[in-house]
Write a protein that binds this ligand. Structure first.
Ligand code: FAD
Ligand code: FES
Length: 316
């Protein structure tokens, strides 16, 4: 039997919702699956006029020709994707792989730290280190037990796993930085720590390893626009240098990153982002209300224009 024509774009084969805000999408994209390396990301457009959203390649399967993205619905575009990206639909555009692949070879003992959504992007690195012969200690942090995902995937590729929850409902009670302290107490020969999560978490991880002089790599997520090193939107301060996260990163030496600058730059468009989300949410509400408010002749007039939730997408 031949599959129905999936149409243009990149078909979503599987979707899993980890929580109200976090979901994974398995995308059919054999070329991307072949080219992807741990640490790289793609830029996704969910529809023709959608915003360009950078997302880390959280997993790839070359045999099946799939890549997996894990998305947190934080603003207009990621919330819109949460609504429209269902199994059987397609993403309009997936560009990549972008960024410098993480160097995985030559390490004997590494610690891979993921906090919240950061658990997804650290996975290919943990697996990659293991495939390269390293002893891998995984440290996963979540606010609470119900938010845990991919524990089984990490257990399969880590020699040790330290699970941390803020409220102590699973694993140890504490932050991932407490997990790092435990790992350092238990192992005197850690070559490298790689940490991915919110900027404040990565900063805490870097401060935990600094006194021990353990090399610490973090993955930065500044605002990105073109993803090609042309616009300068993603510039970050690394020591005395200015780097572009899209072409020089996104991985950088955590002991040199100016996290305060990163956090400030991430807030730069907060007003515009809120306005875009409000406009989009209002359009969605009108779409939902429309069928019930139409009466009589209005209801019969199928040409009556309904608000288009994608109308404001450009530049949103
Ligand atoms: C290299 C990289 C990898 C990323 N990987 C993932 C991932 O795997 N999963 C995931 O859920 N998110 C990831 N992000 C963040 C994701 O791109 C943003 O959350 C998303 O663009 C927000 O868009 P929005 O319209 O929903 O929210 P907005 O309302 O536009 O913004 C909400 C928050 O996202 C930040 N943001 C907005 N636009 C961008 C942008 N173009 N680039 C970066 N940050 C932005 C804002 O500063 C703000 O903090 C990654 C970002 C980068 C740079
Ligand atoms: S996103 Fe434009 S330079 Fe990096």
């Amino acid at each position: 039997m031949v599959d129905a024509d999936p149409g243009p774009g990149f078909k979503i084969l599987v979707r899993e919702d980890f929580s109200d805000a976090t979901y994974s999408l398995v995308i059919h994209h054999p070329l991307m699956a072949k080219a992807a390396r741990p640490g790289q990301f793609v830029i996704v457009m969910s529809h023709e006029s959608g915003e360009r959203v950078p997302l880390t390649i959280a997993d790839f399967d070359r045999a099946k020709g799939t890549v997996t993205l894990v998305v947190q619905a934080v603003g207009k575009s990621t919330k819109e994707m949460q609504q429209i990206c269902q199994v059987g639909t397609s993403l309009y555009g997936v560009v990549g792989p972008m960024g410098v692949p993480s160097p995985l070879a030559g390490k004997k003992k590494v610690v891979c730290v993921g906090g919240g959504l950061g658990v997804a992007p650290i996975f290919p690195q943990a697996r990659g280190f293991k495939e390269n012969g390293a002893y891998v200690i995984g440290i996963l942090g979540f606010r609470t037990k119900n938010l845990i995902f991919w524990e089984d995937k990490f257990r399969a590729c880590c020699d040790e796993l330290i699970l941390c929850t803020d409220d102590g409902s699973a694993g140890i009670k504490g932050f991932v930085s407490d997990g790092i302290k435990l790992a350092i107490e238990g192992h005197s020969n850690i070559d490298e720590v790689v940490a991915i999560g919110p900027p404040i978490m990565m900063k805490a991880c870097a401060e935990t390893t600094r006194p021990h002089a353990i090399k610490t790599i973090v993955s930065l997520n500044p605002i990105m626009v073109d993803g090609t090193g042309m616009c300068g939107g993603c510039r970050v301060k690394i020591g005395n240098e200015i780097k572009f996260a899209c072409v020089d990163g996104p991985d950088f030496d955590g002991h040199k990153v100016d996290f305060n600058d990163l956090i400030m730059r991430l807030k730069r468009y907060a007003k515009e982002e809120k306005a875009a989300l409000d406009r989009w949410s209002e359009n969605c509400r009108m779409m939902q209300r429309a069928p019930t408010v139409l009466k009589g002749a209005e209801a019969a007039d199928s040409s009556l224009p309904l608000p288009d939730p994608f109308e404001d997408a450009l530049g949103g």
